[in-house]
Design a protein around this ligand. Structure first.
Ligand code: ACO
Length: 376
C-alpha cells in the first residue's frame, strides 16, 4: 500500500465551498474573492453563504441572525462546566470542553438539511458565548453571555469587554471572523469530517476539530508567532534572534509555511494591513516593527523553498491590539472556523460521504509463540 505521509495530495471530498489556488495565492468562498467578502460582508452573511450556498436576502439574514442569537444562552450545565475549569485554562481548551459538554443529549443526531438549518446557527451562537465565557474566565471576570446587537462581532466583543468596544474593533473582529471562516480541509476540518463520517453529532465533531486545531503547526501558530515577537523583545534583536534560533538553531519560523500555498497567503496581507492600522501605542508599534523585520528575514531565507508567511503571522498582532491576550488567539480562530467545520461536515454527508476508514501498512513482527509471565 502506498502511504501519503501527512495525507499530502490526498483528496477526501468534492467541495463547492472554498477554492484555493496555492500557486497564485487565491482564496474564494463559493466563488467570491476573500478580499471582497472581507470588505463588504458581515460574518453572518458569510456564514449563511457557506451553509446554504448563496448570500442571504434581508429576510433570510434577519431570520438567520435571530436563530444565531437564540444560541447565545448557554445551558446551565455548560456554564457550570466552564466555571469549574482551572483559572489558568487557555481559551481553546475551554472551548473544547464546553463543546464536548454541549454534545450531551445529542445522541442520535441526524445530519438532515432541516437539522443542520436548525443546529448550525445555534452552534454559532453557542461558540460566541463559549469564547466570551472563556475570555472572562481567563481574566477572572464574572461570566456574561452575548446579547443581540447589530452584529455577531459586536455582540461577542461587548460580552468580552463589558460594552467598552470601539467601532473599529467591531470592524476588525468581523474581518477576522470572515478571514478565518473556512479554508478547505486542513487538519481540524478533516478531524471534524472523520468524526461526522461515523454519524457522530455536530457538537462532538466540532470538539474533535478543536482538538486538531490546537497544535502550533495549525491554529496554535498565531500564538506561537506572537510568542516569537515577545521573545525577541525589541526590533534591534531581530537579526541576532533569527540567526541564533532559525539559521543556527534550525527552529521553524512560526507563522511561515503552508501545505497548500507556495506563495503569500492572501489572508496574511489583510491581517497585516489591519495590524498596521491598529498599532498606535509605542508597544504596539514596537511589536509591529519586530514582526515586519522578522517577515523580511523569513522571506529572504525561505522564499526559495516556496515558504512564505501565512495567515497566522499577523493575526495575533491584530487581536492583541483589540484587547485580547495571547492565549485567546486560537480560540478566536475556532470561533470563526466553526461555520467552516459545519459546512464541510454537512457537505460531506449530503454528498453521500462514507465512514472514514483508511488502512495502515503493517510493519511489525510476524506470528510469534506466546509465553505469558506465569509460563516463564
Ligand atoms: N520554518 C522553517 N522551515 C520550514 C517551515 C517554517 N515555518 N515550514 C516548513 N519548513 C521546511 C521544513 O523544515 C522542511 O524542510 P526540509 O524539506 O529541508 O526538511 C520543508 O519546509 C517542508 O516542511 P513540512 O513540515 O514537510 O511541510 P508541511 O507541508 O508538512 O507543513 C506546516 C506545513 C506545518 C504549516 C509547516 O510549514 C510549519 O510547520 N509551519 C510553521 C507553523 C505554522 O505557521 N503553521 C500554520 C499553518 S497555517 C494554518 O494552519 C492556519
Amino acid at each position: 500500500m502506498e502511504i501519503s505521509n501527512g495525507l499530502e495530495d490526498v483528496c477526501i471530498k468534492n467541495t463547492a465551498l472554498t477554492f484555493i489556488d496555492g500557486e497564485k495565492g487565491v482564496l474564494r468562498y463559493r466563488g467570491y474573492g476573500i478580499k471582497d467578502l472581507v470588505e463588504k460582508c458581515s460574518y453572518e452573511e458569510v456564514s449563511f453563504l457557506m451553509l446554504f450556498g448563496e448570500l442571504p436576502d434581508r429576510k433570510e439574514l434577519a431570520q438567520f441572525t435571530s436563530d444565531i442569537q437564540k444560541g447565545y444562552a448557554l445551558p446551565e450545565f455548560t456554564r457550570r462546566v466552564i466555571s469549574s475549569l482551572p483559572d489558568d485554562s487557555d481559551a481553546l481548551s475551554v472551548f473544547e470542553t464546553a463543546f464536548a459538554s454541549l454534545s450531551c443529549g445529542e445522541d442520535g443526531f441526524v445530519w438532515s438539511r432541516e437539522n443542520i438549518a436548525r443546529k448550525a446557527p445555534e452552534a454559532l451562537g453557542r461558540a460566541s458565548a463559549v469564547v466570551a465565557a472563556a475570555f472572562r474566565h481567563m481574566v477572572d471576570k464574572e461570566m456574561k453571555m452575548p446579547v443581540p446587537t447589530d452584529s455577531y462581532a459586536g455582540s461577542f466583543l461587548n460580552a468580552c469587554f463589558d460594552g467598552d468596544v470601539s467601532r473599529q474593533s467591531v470592524t476588525v473582529m468581523n474581518r477576522a471572523l470572515v478571514l478565518y471562516a473556512d479554508h478547505e480541509v486542513p487538519a481540524s476540518t478533516t478531524a471534524a469530517i472523520v468524526s461526522c463520517s461515523t454519524l457522530s453529532d455536530m457538537y462532538s465533531s466540532i470538539a474533535a476539530a478543536v482538538a486538531a486545531l490546537k497544535g502550533p503547526l495549525h491554529g496554535g501558530a498565531a500564538e506561537a508567532a506572537y510568542a516569537q515577537f515577545e521573545d525577541i523583545g525589541s526590533p534591534e534583536n531581530v537579526d541576532s534572534w533569527f540567526q541564533k534560533n532559525v539559521v543556527e538553531g534550525r527552529r521553524r519560523l512560526m507563522g511561515f509555511g503552508h501545505r497548500v500555498y507556495r506563495t503569500y497567503d492572501p489572508r496574511m496581507a489583510i491581517f497585516k494591513s489591519m495590524a498596521r492600522e491598529l498599532s498606535t501605542s509605542a508597544e504596539e508599534k514596537r511589536t509591529l516593527e519586530i514582526a515586519e523585520k522578522l517577515e523580511k528575514l523569513g522571506v529572504e531565507r525561505f522564499s526559495p523553498k516556496q515558504i512564505f508567511p501565512n495567515t497566522d503571522f499577523y493575526s495575533g498582532t491584530a487581536f492583541k491590539c483589540i484587547g485580547f491576550p495571547i492565549h485567546m488567539f486560537t480560540a478566536l480562530f475556532a470561533l470563526s472556523r466553526t461555520v467552516g467545520w459545519i459546512a464541510h461536515m454537512s457537505e460531506y454527508i449530503e454528498n453521500g460521504g462514507r465512514i472514514m476508514r483508511p488502512r495502515a501498512n503493517y510493519t511489525g513482527h510476524g506470528p510469534r509463540v506466546l509465553q505469558s509471565a506465569s509460563q516463564k
